[in-house]
Design a protein around this ligand. Structure first.
Ligand code: MTE
Length: 407
């Protein structure tokens, strides 16, 4: 397959042209909508082709084959995002797979005992259960355009390209061990059973992306349960990877095979996409993205309406791929002053932390809320994010619009 030859200039040129084409298309889409709806929403009720579950407009914002979670729908919902509210990011469409005939094939030079596992075999292995966030690397992308006046390409998410669930499954380490992982194996590449991803006339093959063996052995889960239920079709049934703290792409859904290799593996998802390209980065782009950024969101409608002169308890959540969230501050005056929020347990590392703060708006009219988190490494959400062409990892404090009205 010619697109596997990532070293050739032809591929790089095609990738650049593809980025340009996609950019033009997405810029047109962005230009066609105004401030409030600068999310590329399709008409309410139109849904997203290829997603199986219902997508009621009060819970989701459709973006072509993807569905964004509405943050106001998380108010009073608890720590986990219920399966029917969880965002969906599909490159193509959800395949319907029969677990009875499904197999996971492990192959490659990094295994002494290449073999397949059936669904029941994997369920019979000792399991782990963990709260983990899955978040699209492009979550927050639309704010490059709306807050920083910069051009980007890709799905214009606001902040709803994230969800936290309780995942249960077999540790990938145990499965690799059963297949005879060799000491010199370096990369592990899971591949999905969804259709080939074709964009701008280029067939990139099935969604796949290598992760280092060190990460695979550390904490990756081959998950078959989401919030105590079998994985729903849209979220990877019968089996998906859950890669804690890494960009959502790494958590391959509908996994059908895993290649394990003693030499580094490549796919378009770690060469052409999911790297930072742009003026601040080397000509070939940054290293492939791995750990998620740091972000915060209010559990409020976009835009929210609040009555003047009354106390309102504002709720939100913050998360960081670097580690535990240590504190979250909120500003009601465009960042001139910041106020500490009250954090609510649990403070789970690869998931999120909930918080709240009380605000009594004193003036009728438009206002902006800002929330910024600091994590245990000292990383804090900046006022601006360095631009990259694909609009990945927007980590600046997001300007949340609020209309204060007479009570
Ligand atoms: N796995 C396959 N096979 N196909 C996909 O399109 N999308 C990835 C990842 N795994 C994808 C995939 C991306 S970019 C993200 S952000 C997460 O799945 C989204 O998981 P979710 O749809 O369960 O929320």
């Amino acid at each position: 397959m010619p697109y596997e030859d990532h070293s050739s200039e032809g591929v790089r040129q095609r990738a650049r042209a593809g980025r340009r084409d996609r950019g033009n298309r997405d810029r047109l889409r962005l230009a066609a909508v105004d401030g409030e709806t600068l999310t590329g929403e399709t008409a309410a009720g139109e849904g997203c082709p290829g997603i199986v579950k219902p997508l009621p407009p009060e819970l989701f914002i459709p973006h072509e084959t993807n569905a964004e979670m509405r943050w106001e729908a998380m108010r009073d919902v608890g720590y986990h995002v219920p399966n029917e509210r969880f965002f969906v990011r599909n490159h193509t469409s959800t395949p319907i797979i029969d677990a009875a005939t499904w197999h996971l094939r492990l192959h490659g030079s990094g295994l002494r005992n290449p073999r397949s596992f059936g669904y029941e075999e994997l369920l019979a292995l000792p399991s782990v259960t963990r709260d983990v966030a899955i978040e699209c690397a492009g979550n927050g992308r639309s704010f490059f355009a709306t807050q920083q006046d910069q051009e980007i390409t890709g799905t214009p998410w606001r902040l709803g390209g994230i969800g936290v669930a309780r995942w249960r499954g077999a540790p990938l380490a145990a499965v690799l061990e059963l297949a005879g992982l060799t000491p010199d194996a370096v990369d592990v590449m899971p591949r999905g059973l969804d259709a080939d991803y074709v964009a701008d006339g280029v067939d990139y093959g099935r969604v796949r992306r290598p992760i280092p063996v060190s990460k695979a052995l550390k904490d990756v889960i081959l998950a078959y349960e989401m919030n105590d239920a079998p994985l729903p079709p849209d979220h990877g049934y019968p089996m998906r990877l859950v890669v804690p703290s890494w960009i959502g792409l790494a958590s391959i859904k509908w996994v059908g095979d895993i290649e394990v290799s003693t030499s580094p593996l490549a796919s378009p998802w770690n060469t052409e996409f999911y790297r930072m390209f742009g003026e601040a980065y080397p000509p070939g782009g940054s290293a492939p993205l791995s750990v998620q950024g740091i972000r915060s969101a209010f559990e409020l409608p976009w835009e929210a309406t609040l009555a003047v002169g009354r106390p309102h308890v504002l709720h939100g959540r913050s998360w960081s791929g670097n580690g535990r969230v240590a504190g979250v501050e909120v500003s009601f005056d465009e960042g001139a002053t910041w106020h500490h929020t009250q954090l609510l347990g649990p403070h789970v590392v690869p998931a999120w932390t909930r918080w709240h703060i009380t605000w009594s708006p004193q003036e009728v009219g438009p206002h902006t809320l800002l929330a910024r988190a600091t994590d245990e490494t000292g990383a804090v959400q900046p006022p601006r994010t360095t631009h990259n062409e694909f609009g990945y990892l927007f980590d600046a404090a997001v300007r949340h619009p609020v209309k204060v009205v007479k009570g």
